[in-house]
Design a protein around this ligand. Structure first.
Ligand code: SAM
Length: 228
């Protein structure tokens, strides 16, 4: 089985999606406890600033999960499309502020050229292979309006991999997970790879953004902002 199909099955069938709480359902936890509302609102307000979100925006939330981003942003923008392969995760967004949910695989989905002014992909790039990421960047470029922004958050940093697998046991678990084609975390990315991919895909700016130190995943994840 390809690694990516492993993740599709995971998000369709794993019991995690039946947990209560927006963050527990998508695994945004530290030592089993969900991120605090206070910390999450810091993340949201940084995102809002980076994207200069406003009431004219048509926003696409790719791999939107349970709506931890789509829901709070839905009353700040003109429209939100939240796409995810897990129908179960999306179901919690039904009827909220006109959010349009789409249970679909982004790899086989297409939108109109210039359809969105802002696109977010948060805490999900790890589920795509390098090849899928190259194709996705090109599609995002097409879907964005000129001068539109895309924010890709919480990307696992290849250079920090062993700050995450930081004990003998965790290293063993990591290598075992590769052998089983059930990789813990998923794909790890080099900053340079994404920077050069942004350029290749036609973006006029590709910025690597370090997360504030008090973010829960800051020790092994970073963000990328693309400007069309
Ligand atoms: C860790 S969750 C993050 C959810 C949300 N972005 C957030 O930050 O709360 C990753 C999400 O990616 C979705 N996903 C993974 N592969 C996908 C694909 N090919 N197409 C659409 N959604 C996908 C999963 O269903 C899951 O909801």
């Amino acid at each position: 089985m390809e690694e990516n199909e492993y993740w599709i099955n995971y998000w369709k069938n794993n019991d995690i999606v039946n947990k209560s709480g927006l963050h527990e359902k998508v695994g945004r936890t530290i030592a089993g406890k969900p991120i605090t509302n206070e910390k999450w609102s810091d993340v949201l307000s940084d995102l809002e600033t980076q994207l200069t979100l406003n009431s004219k925006d048509d926003l696409l939330d790719i791999a939107a999960g349970s709506g931890a981003i789509s829901i709070p942003f839905s009353n700040k923008v003109h429209s939100v499309i939240a796409i995810d392969i897990s129908e179960k995760l999306l179901s919690g967004m039904e009827g909220i502020n006109g959010i349009k949910t789409m249970a679909a695989d982004i790899r086989t989905t297409d939108f109109e050229e210039n359809q969105f002014s802002k696109i977010i992909l948060y805490f999900a790039l790890q589920h795509f292979t390098e090849k899928e990421t190259v194709i996705l960047f090109q599609k995002i470029h097409k879907w964005l309006k000129p001068n539109g922004f895309c924010y890709i958050g919480d990307i696992p940093d290849e250079e920090k991999k062993f700050d995450f697998f930081n004990s003998k046991e965790r290293e063993v678990a990591y290598f075992n997970s590769i052998v089983k084609s059930q990789p813990i975390i998923g794909t790890w990315f080099m900053k340079d790879f994404l920077k050069k991919l942004g350029k290749y895909s036609g973006f006029k700016e590709t910025s690597i953004i370090a997360q504030p130190e008090d973010y829960i995943n800051a020790h092994y994840r970073f963000d990328v902002k693309l400007v069309k």
